[in-house]
Design a protein around this ligand. Structure first.
Ligand SMILES: Nc1nc2c(c(=O)[nH]1)N[C@H]1C(S)=C(S)[C@@H](COP(=O)(O)OP(=O)(O)OC[C@H]3O[C@@H](n4cnc5c(N)ncnc54)[C@H](O)[C@@H]3O)O[C@H]1N2
Ligand code: MOO
Ligand SMILES: [Mg+2]
Length: 414
């Protein structure tokens, strides 16, 4: 199987993989922990909002009928019977000719059905026993009625919505302390290669530091998963299949890096020949990362990414992030935009080429600025990008000023 591989497009490969992914189950978390998660159920308001008729202004609570003849020239004078601050419960009910001094957010007294702002009274703001009302009010004018925004029992948030800061405030207003959200999928990360050492170890001849493990952990967090780091596999590890199986059993998705090509030590490439491993694809029409592989290890999906850091980064974006997002009930496909290419990319390629780059808005036009050409084994240009620019297969590539498709990290990886 190592050398006889069937090439499929990125889109076909992703569909094949996503078809095998089921969304995760739900869990209840505290309101603070729910931030950034996806609601798993509709939420219903347990009470009215506002919970009582209240004043939206600093002024006087009155009975509208008492103000019928009020004008600037001939104000109507009402007896002030109480001062009500926000948080107070009014003690006095208003009868004919009465008013209560009331502050913004305070509860309306029984009998009142309108509020006049200080500015529309005689001697605004002064503490008086008789307040002069300078205009006629209609019933319920300047009153925030109980339940006018949200009635008890109505849906305040829907399953599938993201819990952002505003949603946290909304749920806090209703005293909702526990929130049903989709469980974050656990994503196993397993690097392979005898040349790899931990990043905090001194180099030895022929060795390189394992950077993919950490990069993948960060990317998993950005995509909304929980990374689970497994011990690296060396190229001489016995029982590769048993180890992979054990790791796969512990997570929702297993991601490996390295060993997917045709090399003598490419241990993941031969894994797909084993019984109980169902190959989904092992050759994708893309540059870099064409040997990117996916399989099912029993019921756990495996994304086997290239060891080359650039190809690993791209493989994560094209295949792993969509899986994590589908598991987490988020839209799976990376967002595709169109932009104007800001520099020539004329290297021809038999497969679509994905270049890392940055998006820039110049006037009202979106530009995609490609990174300078790099090999997929390079590490210095892994940082600072916010999109992949897709240069189609064949032809002469694309020139500056031509329109290209871009896949943006924005709103996709947090
Ligand atoms: N004869 C052929 N050789 C290769 C082909 C091919 O078609 N025919 N394809 C090339 C392409 S394209 C790719 S992509 C790579 C795929 O490589 P593997 O996935 O098998 O990865 P390795 O051989 O294990 O390593 C490749 C490269 O990456 C470095 N690496 C590996 N793991 C890490 C890590 N965790 N952190 C940092 N760097 C890592 C490794 O040392 C190698 O330099 O195959 C081509 N070959
Ligand atoms: O597809 Mo590879 O990452 O070019 O060496
Ligand atoms: Mg290899």
């Amino acid at each position: 199987m190592r050398f006889h591989r069937q090439t499929i497009t990125v889109e076909q490969a992703r569909s094949k993989l996503l078809a095998r992914i089921t969304p995760t189950t739900q869990e209840k978390v505290s309101l603070g922990e729910a931030f950034g998660r996806i609601l798993a159920q509709d939420l219903v308001s347990p009470c009215d909002y506002p919970g009582f008729d209240r004043s939206p202004l600093d002024g006087y609570a009155v009975r509208a009928t008492d103000t019928e003849s009020a004008t600037v020239q001939q104000p109507v004078y009402l007896q002030v019977v109480e001062e009500i601050a926000a948080g107070d419960v009014p003690k006095m009910a208003l009868g004919p000719g009465m008013a209560s001094r009331i502050m913004t957010g305070a509860m309306l007294p029984v009998g009142a059905d309108a509020v006049i702002m200080f500015e529309q009274t005689v001697n605004p703001g002064e503490k008086v026993q008789q307040v002069g009302i300078k205009r006629k009010l209609t019933a319920w004018e300047n009153v925030s009625r109980r339940g006018e925004e949200v009635e008890q029992g109505s849906v305040i948030a829907r399953s599938g919505e993201a819990v952002d800061a505003g949603m946290v405030a909304l749920l806090a207003s209703f005293g909702i302390t526990e929130v049903p959200v989709y469980r974050k999928p656990t994503i196993g990360i397993l690097s392979t290669g005898s040349e790899l050492i931990d990043f905090d170890q001194p180099l030895r001849p022929g060795m390189i530091r394992d950077s993919n493990s950490l990069m993948l952990q960060m990317l998993v967090l950005q995509a909304g998963g929980i990374p689970v780091l497994f011990d690296r596999l060396s190229d001489h590890s016995p029982a590769v299949k048993a180890t992979i199986q054990r790791c796969a059993d512990r997570v929702d998705l297993l991601v490996t890096t390295g060993g997917v090509s045709v090399g003598d030590k490419d241990i993941i490439a031969s894994l797909v020949d084993e019984a109980e491993v169902e190959l989904l694809f092992n050759h994708v029409a893309m540059r870099p990362g064409s040997p990117t592989t996916a399989a099912m290890i029993g019921s756990t999906p495996l994304c086997a990414l290239s060891g080359n850091p650039g190809a690993c980064h791209l493989g994560f974006f094209l295949f792993v992030a969509p899986v994590i997002r589908k598991m987490a009930n988020l839209p799976a496909e990376p967002p595709r935009w169109r932009a104007i290419l800001a520099a020539d990319c004329e290297k021809p390629s038999p497969f679509p080429r994905y270049l890392r780059g940055r998006i820039e808005v110049r006037n009202t036009t979106l530009y995609a600025i490609p990174d300078p050409p790099v090999k997929s084994g390079n590490v210095s240009r892994l940082k600072g990008s916010d999109c992949f620019i897709v240069i189609p297969a064949g032809g002469r590539g694309k020139r500056a000023g031509e329109e290209v498709e871009i896949l943006c990290y924005q709103h996709y990886l947090q």
